[in-house]
Design a protein. Structure first.
Length: 510
């Protein structure tokens, strides 16, 4: 039977263990995000394996408790779990770097192997944490007649700890201190409670706390080295892992696993030769005009570093009023600090794009959807209902434009977006970006022909916009969208599965 002190520590241990189990799960997801992203599939693999580990822990814990019903055995298990959690950030770092090399070399085996290795690192501590509740019930149980009450108290306390382990990392620890210090903190808390329960007979376990602290001290200063260029800034926000990288004269914004450039600022050249340039000609995708296209109001859903806002201002001057919506306020701060987002006509709003659309009544000549710049697109921004909401915020004759990713030969994502837009807009056009793996999809609110668009592009005389207009015709393969396939809806938008298939096909074809 446990001693009086050990019994008093049992319930706090149950609480801290429950807190650590959820904290580790959130920590694991954010540890993987800079290397593997935050897609539905990464979360699915992580949550599924965590449940497998916990189930194994319940069985193992119950059997151990019956064979060795001593409190010190339980405290030793949790001490080892805390030590393991504290070592994960240090041990996983070289493994995660190997995954970065796998992405660079397009090695599917290396990427999959490193993902599996990191997820397996979490197996040991989570299995050990799964042992806690059945073990604690066995130690606290005095009478079979009160067994239900004892089990209920233990599971209620464990769940309360799990609730705290959910909120603390999400709303405080990770945004404030980062993922790796968060994992170190949970590991240290678990070790400290375990050592108190083992004291003074098992003083050796106090060295576990020192080991976790030492691992904390030895953590590399950076979260992830850039794939190319010089790292200027990195931070974990509530939404993303953010990198700002200097590549020659260009400053680039990289998010999460880094498989896309989200914004560019070039101190030597205004034109980026990327998708942001081709957004400035969106107002030409309407019936033939008699005057040069001159948008007065533009909304950008997915502002990022503000490249498209800066291009619009350079093309049409500060008289064009631009509202840029970006879900992550940390990215807006980065845009001001590193991407010169200081134009007086640009108003940045920190909000989810769809929520923002649903809560404001403004009308715009052009609505740009650049949230599609990410490899993993929020599914609620790809649906017929979303494009219908966007259309309701366009002026008569207004144009919606989407930046869609692709490979040199795989246009499946372009197909999905263009097909869905065709269910909402009477005319849909495509322009390929010559130097980027992107296609711009333009949806006009009025029936428009390809000759109308070419006529309007020919009217453009402003230097920046006229250069882009000429490139769209000569290099961009300006064309009417041929796609009329599956229409994505709020109920069914398998965009992440589609993108994973595209990435896998591209990687395995190399």
């Amino acid at each position: 039977m446990p001693t009086k002190l050990s019994r008093r520590i049992l319930l706090p241990l149950v609480f801290v263990s429950g807190m650590a189990s959820l904290g580790v799960e959130f920590g694991a997801s954010r540890l993987l995000a800079p290397y593997f992203g935050t897609s539905l599939y990464v979360w699915g693999v992580l949550i599924g394996l965590v449940l497998v580990y916990l189930s194994a822990g319940y069985v193992i814990g119950g059997r151990l408790a019956d064979r060795h019903p001593r409190a010190e055995v339980l405290y030793q298990l949790t001490a080892w779990a805390g030590l393991w959690i504290g070592l994960i950030p240090l041990v996983s770092y070289p493994i995660l770097l190997a995954s970065q090399q796998g992405f660079k070399e397009l090695s599917v085996g290396l990427v999959a192997g490193t993902l599996l290795a990191v997820v397996l690192l979490f197996a040991v501590p989570i299995v050990l944490l799964g042992c806690v509740s059945p073990f604690a019930i066995r130690l606290l149980l005095k009478d079979v007649e009160t067994g239900g009450n004892t089990a209920g108290r233990v599971y209620a306390l464990s769940t309360a700890g799990s609730i705290l382990g959910t909120f603390l990392p999400v709303f405080w620890f990770i945004p404030t201190y980062g993922t790796r210090p968060t994992l170190e903190g949970f590991g240290l808390a678990l070790v400290v409670v375990s050592v108190i329960g083992l004291w003074p007979r098992r003083r050796l376990y106090a060295a576990f706390a020192l080991a976790v602290i030492l691992a904390w001290v030895l953590l590399p200063s950076g979260i992830k080295p850039p794939q190319v260029g010089k790292l200027l800034y990195e931070k974990e926000s509530a939404y993303h892992y953010i990198q700002v990288v200097q590549v020659g004269t260009k400053t680039e914004l990289i998010l999460n696993e880094g498989q896309a450039v989200h914004s560019i600022y070039d101190s030597q050249d205004l034109l980026t030769r990327g998708p942001w340039d081709y957004m400035v000609i969106a107002d030409a995708f309407k019936p033939a005009q008699t005057t040069e296209p001159q948008p007065q109001s533009v909304a950008i859903l997915g502002l990022a570093g503000g490249t498209s806002a800066r291009q619009y201002t350079a093309a049409y001057g500060t008289q064009v009023q631009i509202t840029g919506v970006e879900i992550d306020p940390e990215i807006i701060d980065v845009a001001h600090r590193y991407f010169h987002l200081d134009e007086p006509n640009v108003h940045a709003v920190a909000s989810d794009a769809r929520y923002w659309l649903n809560t404001q009544a403004g009308k715009y000549d052009v609505v740009i959807m650049d949230a599609y710049r990410q490899p993993y697109i929020p599914f609620h921004l790809t649906t017929r209902e979303f494009f219908t909401e966007v259309r309701s915020h366009l002026t008569p004759g207004g144009v919606a434009v989407v930046n869609a990713g692709r490979t040199a030969t795989d246009y499946r994502l372009v197909d999905a977006i263009a097909s869905t837009m065709a269910a909402v807009y009477p005319s849909v056009f495509l322009v390929d970006v010559p130097e980027f793996a992107n296609t711009l999809v333009y949806g006009s609110t009025q029936p428009t022909t390809i000759d109308d668009v070419k006529h309007n592009l020919g009217l453009i005389t402003r230097p920046v916009a006229s250069t882009v207009a000429a490139s769209a015709i000569s290099e961009g393969d300006l064309r009417v969208s041929p796609y009329h396939g599956q229409v994505y809806t709020d109920d069914l938008a398998p965009v992440e599965r589609l993108i994973d298939q595209i990435i896998f096909s591209y990687a395995t074809s190399k």
